[in-house]
Design a protein around this ligand. Structure first.
Ligand SMILES: Cc1cc2nc3c(=O)[nH]c(=O)nc-3n(C[C@H](O)[C@H](O)[C@H](O)COP(=O)(O)O)c2cc1C
Length: 305
């Protein structure tokens, strides 16, 4: 039986994982790194872990032959660092704050855990190598990890925290380039949203709501989750990227820089959109939990530009 590689990749991708950045230095001492979710702990005695660099990596030979490497487990909010180490072609380390650990290994600041390893074994396996490291040094900060499943990031902690006894509105800030898709009713605007999704089920209900509205978008992480004392509703908004061609009637693309000038159906949502515009300009998104006026800000990776 021949297996459909795309279907197999999707099936593998249904396994929920964390996200790591694996680093080392090349022969000239330059730091190299890539994003990996193939990490696994292997053994406590001796302390072993593994990660699988693919042959397609520009740094494959460096990792396949390295004497030492580090694994950084990313915290929630570090998706910028993950994206940088997955796709940025320039100097990745110039965009992400880092320091130096044992064996002169580059370590990603703000990671939940950092493991410095000596290479125990590098086993060729198909189009990847299973790189097994013996942990020689590690650090562990408390906090929640960045999750990944089906090609999207998620924050389990946030999705649990946003559960609320109040009636819920959940919505999506759908972005394509420098514009956001907004619903327009007369002169007032709102990002796409639906009412009444039960706690824990928002992501699914929202995906269904988008499909019903004829909007093709890929849901990403939670951006904001807050109670509005005026409307007595709990709001949860996800970031999303537009994945369609046409947009339905009643929706418009609004340039992100114009978001603060719109009239919003709900003022607290307007406040959130103004913050979104500001953060999009600065390229620094923060997770927001709390009420409409005061909330705890969970900073995303500050190192990424
Ligand atoms: C969440 C996520 C997990 C990934 N996991 C792996 C992995 O385990 N092994 C791997 O070789 N590439 C993995 N990649 C892809 C590499 O990070 C990406 O191909 C690499 O950074 C490209 O680097 P290059 O431009 O130097 O070739 C992953 C990407 C993402 C976004």
């Amino acid at each position: 039986m021949t297996l459909d590689p795309r279907a197999l990749r999707d099936a593998f991708g249904s396994f929920m994982t964390g996200v790591t950045v694996v680093t080392t230095r090349d022969a000239s001492g330059n730091p190299v790194g890539f994003t990996a979710n193939s990490f696994s702990s292997v053994s406590l005695d001796p302390p072993l872990l593994l990660v699988c660099p693919g042959k397609f990596l520009s740094s494959y030979e460096v990792f396949a032959g390295c004497s030492h490497f580090a694994v950084n487990i990313l915290a929630e909010g570090q998706q910028d660092a993950s994206n940088t180490f997955a796709s940025y072609k320039g100097d990745r380390f110039a965009k992400v704050a880092h320091s130096t650990g044992a064996h002169d290994l580059p370590l990603i600041d703000g990671a939940l855990a950092q493991f410095c390893c000596s290479t125990h074994q590098a086993i060729p396996a198909g189009d990847h190598t299973v790189l097994i490291g013996q942990v020689t040094d590690f650090s562990h900060a408390g906090g929640r990890g960045l999750g990944y499943v089906g090609g999207s990031y998620f924050s389990l902690g946030l999705e649990q925290e946003m559960d609320s006894d109040q009636p819920t509105i959940c919505g999506a800030i759908i972005r394509a380039g420098d514009a956001v898709l907004m619903e327009r009713k007369g002169t007032t605007y709102s990002p796409f949203h639906i009412a009444g999704a039960e706690p824990g089920g928002q992501r699914l209900r929202l995906a269904q709501g988008l499909a019903d509205r004829g909007i093709k978008a890929r849901l990403e992480q939670v951006y904001s989750s807050f109670n509005d004392a005026t409307t007595k509703l709990h709001y949860t908004f996800f970031l999303a990227s537009f994945a369609g061609a046409a947009i339905p009637e009643g929706t418009e693309w609004i340039a992100i820089e114009h978001l603060p000038n719109l009239t919003y159906a709900t003022p607290s949502v307007g406040k959130m959109m103004t913050r979104f515009a500001l953060e999009a300009r600065e390229g620094d998104f923060s997770l927001y939990l709390g009420d409409a006026d005061r909330g705890e800000l969970h900073s995303f990776d500050k190192g990424a530009g």
